[in-house]
Design a protein around this ligand. Structure first.
Ligand SMILES: Nc1ncnc2c1ncn2[C@@H]1O[C@H](COP(=O)(O)OP(=O)(O)O)[C@@H](O)[C@H]1O
Ligand SMILES: [Mg+2]
Length: 247
């Protein structure tokens, strides 16, 4: 479904992705892991159209996304839940979700919002709360929900578990399981190596903007020592998790 070949991108004179090859099949969960600064966010931003490719190709369902601006990519079926969640803090949960559905017909809003609330029942209780009053876990649910309002075929999630309490990490991963059952593919950037490998079908390891390893997540689990050695000084998982703000 998503097919990236030889992708190079950068900022100004600095190149940060070098000849990346990556693909995602329908209803597949694919993990993109790597140390800080490896180029994970840049990869997702390039797929979503916020960062321009310098060379190489990004095909989605056989169509070249190269010339398409971000909003057209949403219409093609790609939605991003960005690093740091980036909610509208002065808007309610409901309003944040409605914004995510701007590309769909207005009649679809209620149905899609119900699907998000079924996936994350906690958000029903917070539906009229302002974005900035939510805990990190609730914010992540809204960010994923907002992306789902666009009815994507491929969901890009940047740093799913970073800074969340374990309970909320589990809720988000359960949601991914259900999305896969519904046929939605996920490209997941994750610092938590165990979670990423447990829940994904395949994994790519990126270091300094280059592909260092790729294969099935099962293979990565059985060669975890290899993956960790590629990631360098222990896995990124060893980094302390920020305490999550209480709701
Ligand atoms: N907007 C930007 N302008 C300039 N350099 C950037 C920008 N965003 C990221 N970079 C650089 O690109 C590299 C890859 O960053 P990023 O894609 O955010 O990595 P990751 O998500 O794996 O931590 C880093 O060296 C980072 O400093
Ligand atoms: Mg990042």
């Amino acid at each position: 479904m998503l097919n990236i070949e030889n992708l190079c991108c950068g900022y100004g004179s600095a190149m940060v992705l070098h000849e990346l090859d990556l693909h995602v099949n329908e209803a597949e969960v694919v993990a993109l892991i790597g140390p800080n600064g490896a180029g994970k966010t840049s990869t997702l931003q390039c797929i979503a159209g916020h960062v321009r490719a310098r060379s190489g190709s990004v095909l989605f369902g056989g169509k070249d996304l190269g010339p398409l601006p971000p909003q057209k990519r949403v219409l093609e079926g790609i939605a991003l839940s960005p690093e740091g969640r980036k909610l509208f803090g002065d808007m309610t949960v409901r309003e944040n979700l409605v914004v995510g559905g701007y590309s769909r017909p207005r009649q679809a809003t209620a149905r899609n919002m119900q699907r998000v609330l079924d996936l994350f029942p906690r958000l029903s209780e917070r539906i009229d709360s302002l974005g900035r009053t939510l805990s990190g876990g609730e914010q992540q649910m809204v960010a994923i929900g907002r992306a789902l309002m666009a009815e994507p075929k491929l969901l890009l999630i940047d740093e799913l578990s970073l800074g969340l309490m374990p309970k909320n990490v589990d809720i988000c991963y359960q949601a991914l399981r259900r999305l896969r059952e519904d046929g939605i593919a996920v490209l997941l950037v994750e610092q938590n190596l165990s979670k990423a490998l447990e829940f994904s079908d395949r994994a790519y390891v990126l270091t300094s903007g280059r592909l260092a390893w790729s294969g099935t997540s099962e293979a990565a689990r059985s060669r975890r020592d290899l993956v960790e050695s590629i990631l360098g000084h222990g896995s990124a998982e060893a980094q302390p998790q920020e305490a999550e703000l209480a709701a």
